[in-house]
Each structure stands twice: as structure tokens, then as C-alpha cells.
Design a protein around this ligand. Structure first.
Ligand code: NAD
Ligand code: DAU
Length: 357
């Protein structure tokens, strides 16, 4: 793998208080001791400062980590932050990420995912950031029939939901900044993640916590839709590999080689936590529901030396165990108490740019 000299130094991680972003921050803290990391996050409902509470204070004291509260769609704030901090690289995770919420209201998705990405690209370009990794999704490709080959990076973009349409818009912007402005941008597209610290609105954590509490397990339609599941740590290692070794202007797919029907996943979770399958309820289908995702990650394997390391069986078992061992984390999400730590962090996070001077 080619290591670029662009990636040592100071890196901005956006959305680092969310699910994948916080796992990425953990990975960098553990495996890139020479890097200084800034975590920029608006602290929306999806953010949870408790995701990093056990590692952030020591890293901050050591000068390796700092948090800045901010909105990626705020151009003045982003220009000021980038001028003050002189980042070497950006890993852009911040987004509105839940398909069902985008069906209820698309506006925050367009604002954060499309406008926010454009604002960040402008700020990064003006400040001379050397590498910009835009974290995207396989959902931009639309969906597949049962017998169709997996998505490659050459598959046409054909998004189905307001969420995936907004991510597709942001991908096009990122790649256009490479072509038009010569920016060193890499786009990654990954399949469905699961693992620790995932907000319990997404299928796997929702089913685990509902099953643990004896609540109904809502399966959309007949549960026939297929997703390709990847453990979040494998995704984070892919983003790191793209950051360090990807070629500017290129797209890299990441997947877990683990296609499963939703009903099978839900049944397995019920069994794993010792809940009855009678909790399963077939409910009204999601409008525009994508049938199947499958990912061809041959390019990432060939160019980045990346492959997923965990099987779905291992990863799901470890994830169920994590939710069993960390009841306090998800119970505070369920009862809303996690917002208290978000408010506390927000009150001092506002001073982040000033403090950087
Ligand atoms: P998440 O919803 O858990 O976290 C998103 C984070 O972004 C939150 O901390 C939130 O506060 C922050 N954020 C939202 N709007 C912001 C704004 N305007 N300014 C600054 N911060 C803001 O999302 P996730 O599941 O961790 O996904 C992270 C990224 O990975 C997204 O770009 C998503 O599209 C992509 N992705 C997710 C998956 C998946 O399965 N979850 C798969 C492939 C790609
Ligand atoms: O493929 C990558 C994408 O995966 C990411 O880009 C998105 O950010 C992420 O949210 C995820 O999108 P999905 O829509 O596939 O994930 P979700 O967990 O919402 O749903 C997974 C499948 O389970 C989907 O077919 C819908 C179904 N589902 C979901 C929920 C929340 C149910 O049947 N019942 C539910 O309650």
C-alpha cells in the first residue's frame, strides 16, 4: 500500500460523535499516535459524547484530540475553523444518516449532506487541505434484483430515497472538486454497518434493545429485503486505508461479503438474546424500499490491500454482547438522558476555534 505523506499531522474528523465517526476516532487514537485529531460535530440527536467518554479526556490532555461543536453547513464558521487550524487532512463522516427520517423530512438531509459537503470542500480548498476523504454509501447505486451482480464503482448512480439522493449529490460535488479544482478527494462507499455505539433507530441495534426489553420487533413488509452487513471496525479500517493509500479522484467500495435477508437477521437477534420470535411484527413497508444491496470490493482489495476481517456471525455475536454489557449506554439513549452530556459538551465546545489561535 502506498502511504502518502499527506496524512500525518492534523486531521479533521467530522461527525466524530456519531456511530461510525466515533469508532474512527477510537481507531486513530489507538493506531496513529503521531496524529492530532479534531472532532467537529453539531451534536444532533444522533451524536452521543458518551461514545468517546472513556478515551477523549486522556487524549485531550495529551494534545492529541479536541472537540469543536459546529455545523458543517455554516460557511463562515467553517472558513474560520480551517484558517485557524490548518488541517492536513479531512475525513468527512458528518451527515443525516437515517433513511426513514429522510422520508419524513428531506430538508435537513439536503442542508447537511449536500450544502454541508460543499461548504467543507470550499473551506478545505481555500485552506490548502492536502487530502479530503468523503465517506459515502452504497445506497447511491440504488438497489439490485436477486440475480444481479454486485455494485462496482462503475455502477451508475441511481438513488431511491431522499437520504441516498442527498449522499449522491455530495459524492458528485466531491468528485467535481477533484476534476475542476484539482483537489485531492477520495470517495468511499460502504454497505450497512453494525457494531458498538450504533444509535438504536437502525435495524440491528433497534432489534437488540427491543428484544432485550421484550418490545415488538417491527419488520418492514415481509422482511425479504437484503442488506450486506459489515462490522464498523472493518469500515473504519477501509476509510483509513483510503485516507493513507487511496488515489485522488477515485471511489472505493467497502462491503462485508455478508448478504442477509432482514427477517433472518431479526430472527437471529431474537435467538441470541433469548427473546421469543413471537415479538416479530410485520409492519407497513418503507416507501421506495431498496430490495437488495451487494458490494464488489475488488478495487479496495487490489489497491488498498483491504478486506473485511470479521464474518457476520462473529460480528453479530460480539455486537449483541456489547449491547448486553453496555445497557447503561442505550438506556440513556432511550430515556433521553444522553442529551445531558451533549448539552454539557456543547457549552464548552463553542470555544474550540478561539482556543485554537
Ligand atoms: P450517525 O447518524 O450515527 O452520525 C452522524 C454524526 O454527524 C452525528 O454525530 C451528528 O451530530 C453529526 N452531524 C449531523 N449533522 C451535522 C452537521 N450539520 N454538522 C456537523 N455534524 C453533523 O451516522 P453514521 O451511521 O455514523 O454515518 C456516518 C457517515 O457514514 C455518514 O456520512 C453516512 O452516510 C455514512 N455511511 C453510513 C453507513 C451506516 O451503515 N451507518 C454505511 C455507509 C456509509
Ligand atoms: O447501505 C448503507 C446504509 O445503511 C447507510 O448509508 C445508512 O446511513 C444506514 O442507515 C443504512 O441504511 P438502511 O436503510 O439499509 O438501514 P436501516 O437500519 O434503516 O434498515 C436496514 C433494513 O431493515 C432495511 O431494509 C429496512 C429494514 N428495517 C429497518 C428498521 C429501522 C426494518 O425492517 N425494520 C425497522 O424497524
Amino acid at each position: 500500500m502506498v502511504k502518502t505523506s499527506t496524512t500525518a499531522g492534523r486531521i479533521l474528523v467530522t461527525g466524530g460523535m456519531g456511530f461510525i465517526g466515533s469508532n474512527f476516532v477510537r481507531l486513530l487514537l489507538a493506531e496513529r499516535p503521531g496524529w492530532e485529531m479534531w472532532n467537529l460535530d453539531l451534536l444532533t440527536y444522533a451524536a452521543n459524547p458518551e461514545n468517546l467518554a472513556d478515551v477523549a479526556p486522556a487524549a485531550e490532555a495529551a494534545g492529541r484530540y479536541r472537540f469543536v461543536r459546529g455545523d458543517v453547513a455554516d460557511p463562515e464558521r467553517m472558513a474560520e475553523l480551517f484558517r485557524a487550524a490548518r488541517f492536513d487532512a479531512v475525513a468527512h463522516f458528518a451527515a443525516e444518516s437515517h433513511v426513514d427520517r429522510s422520508i419524513a423530512s428531506a430538508a435537513p438531509f439536503v442542508r447537511t449532506n449536500v450544502v454541508g459537503t460543499q461548504v467543507l470542500l470550499d473551506a478545505a480548498r481555500e485552506a490548502g487541505v492536502r487530502r479530503f476523504v468523503h465517506v459515502s454509501t452504497d445506497e447511491v447505486y440504488g438497489d439490485l434484483e436477486a440475480d444481479e451482480p454486485a455494485f462496482t464503482e462503475a455502477t451508475p448512480i441511481r438513488p431511491s430515497s431522499p437520504y441516498s439522493a442527498s449522499k449522491a449529490g455530495s459524492d458528485h460535488l466531491a468528485l467535481a472538486y477533484h476534476r475542476t479544482h484539482g483537489m485531492d478527494v477520495v470517495v468511499t462507499r460502504c454497505s450497512n454497518n453494525y457494531g458498538p455505539y450504533q444509535f438504536p433507530e437502525k435495524l440491528i441495534p433497534l432489534m437488540i434493545v427491543n428484544a432485550l426489553e421484550g418490545h415488538p420487533l417491527p419488520v418492514y413488509g415481509r422482511g425479504e429485503n437484503v442488506r450486506d452487513w459489515i462490522h464498523v471496525e472493518d469500515h473504519c479500517r477501509g476509510v483509513l486505508a483510503a485516507l493513507e493509500g487511496g488515489r485522488g479522484g477515485e471511489v472505493y467500495n467497502f462491503g462485508g461479503a455478508s448478504e442477509r435477508r432482514n427477517l433472518e437477521v431479526v430472527r437471529r437477534i431474537a435467538r441470541a438474546v433469548g427473546a421469543s420470535e413471537e415479538l416479530i411484527r410485520f409492519v407497513t413497508d418503507r416507501p421506495g424500499h431498496d430490495r437488495r444491496y451487494a458490494i464488489d470490493f475488488a478495487k479496495a482489495r487490489a489497491e488498498l490491500g483491504w478486506t473485511p476481517s470479521r464474518t457476520f456471525d462473529e460480528g453479530l455475536e460480539a455486537t449483541v454482547r456489547w449491547y448486553l454489557d453496555n445497557r447503561g449506554w442505550w438506556q440513556r439513549v432511550r430515556d433521553g438522558a444522553y442529551r445531558t452530556s451533549a448539552e454539557m459538551i456543547a457549552s464548552w465546545g463553542e470555544t474550540g476555534v478561539e482556543a485554537a489561535r
